[in-house]
Design a protein around this ligand. Structure first.
Ligand code: RIB
Length: 305
């Protein structure tokens, strides 16, 4: 039986332009290209976990529109169970993304239907949560829903992962006791801890602070610098494979989905982190969110260049 991962979160249609650089306020730039790609942190993590070996269910909302149909179809094409993806009377979530020639991106999201994922809606799909080994949440759905999902997942005795993305403020204090693995990037770690994070040393201090706040374990992703695992006893650094980046969109989601699939499948956390890092490294060599996420056989075949 494949391990079961449940993702509670967002689905967005990504409207992606490539441009020489990111525009400044008030500036109009001539872009290179435009594409429409299925994304959303929740859906990306669901696709990653499915491509990387887990049986996956998604809990979320799409709008009653063409994007909603495409977002659902994209998950079904990956064998992600969508019985808990509700269609609501709103527009589907969208993300406006600019990627520059250095593969950096800037993103504005409009939640739309993702805002309809209330605690009551999640409560309707409790049997889906009960069947999980690992449950993943992010922050593109209402805070009340995330708080409820973390608490219920803890009550059910599941392995609980929170990817606190995007983070605009510290997390509610009572969330921490329900999190087994908190997985922020550098800027999210800084927002949550209130400490600057711009190096491995400062990331270690932030990780220690997040453990003090109550997270079980903390994994800070550091892009090309790899990641840090802190568990309250020790902090371990995992260097990232070196690759040529084309587009970093969904690299964090690929790491989270890959880590969850590996952990649910019985790998130890160090092995699961290395597995997630290889998957994320492969994803940055390709454009777009869901199209960039590698398969299990691609990760297994990966050799450091
Ligand atoms: O993490 C990448 C994702 O963030 C994109 O797919 C976009 O939808 C935004 O939610």
């Amino acid at each position: 039986m494949p391990a079961k991962v449940v993702v509670i979160g967002s689905l967005n249609m990504d409207l992606v332009t490539r441009a020489p650089r990111l525009p400044q306020g008030g500036e109009t730039l001539i872009g290179h290209s435009f594409t429409k790609v299925c994304g959303g942190k929740g859906a990306n993590q669901a696709v990653a976990a499915a491509r990387l070996g887990a049986q996956v269910s998604m809990v979320g909302c799409v709008g009653r529109d063409a994007y909603g149909e495409e977002l659902r179809a994209a998950l079904l094409a990956e064998q992600v169970d969508c019985q808990a993806v509700s269609t609501v009377d709103d527009s589907s979530g969208v993300a406006l993304i600019v990627v520059d020639d250095n593969s950096q991106n800037a993103i504005v999201i409009v939640a739309g239907a993702n805002g309809a994922l209330t605690p009551a809606v999640v409560g309707c799909f409790d049997s889906v949560l009960q069947a999980a080994d690992v449950i993943i949440c992010q922050l593109e759905v209402p805070d009340a829903t995330v708080g409820h999902a973390l608490k219920r997942s803890r009550e059910l005795g599941k392995i609980v992962i929170l990817n606190p993305a995007p983070a605009s403020r510290p997390l509610p204090a009572n969330w921490y006791e329900n999190i087994d693995y908190l997985i922020p990037n550098e800027s999210e770690a800084s927002t949550l801890s209130g400490l600057p994070v711009d190096s491995r040393q400062t990331a270690q201090a932030a990780a220690s602070r997040l453990i003090e706040l109550g997270a079980g374990k903390v994994i800070i992703t550091l892009g090309a610098q790899g990641s840090l695992l802190a568990d309250g006893q020790r902090i371990e650094h995992f260097p990232a494979p070196t690759v040529k980046a084309v587009d970093t969109t969904a690299a964090g989601d690929t790491f989270v989905g890959g880590f969850a699939a590996a952990l649910a499948g019985g790998k130890g956390e160090a092995e699961a982190i290395r597995f997630g890092q290889v998957a994320a490294a492969l994803s940055v060599t390709r454009a777009g969110a869901q199209p960039s996420i590698p398969t299990l056989s691609e990760v297994q075949a990966f050799k450091t260049p």
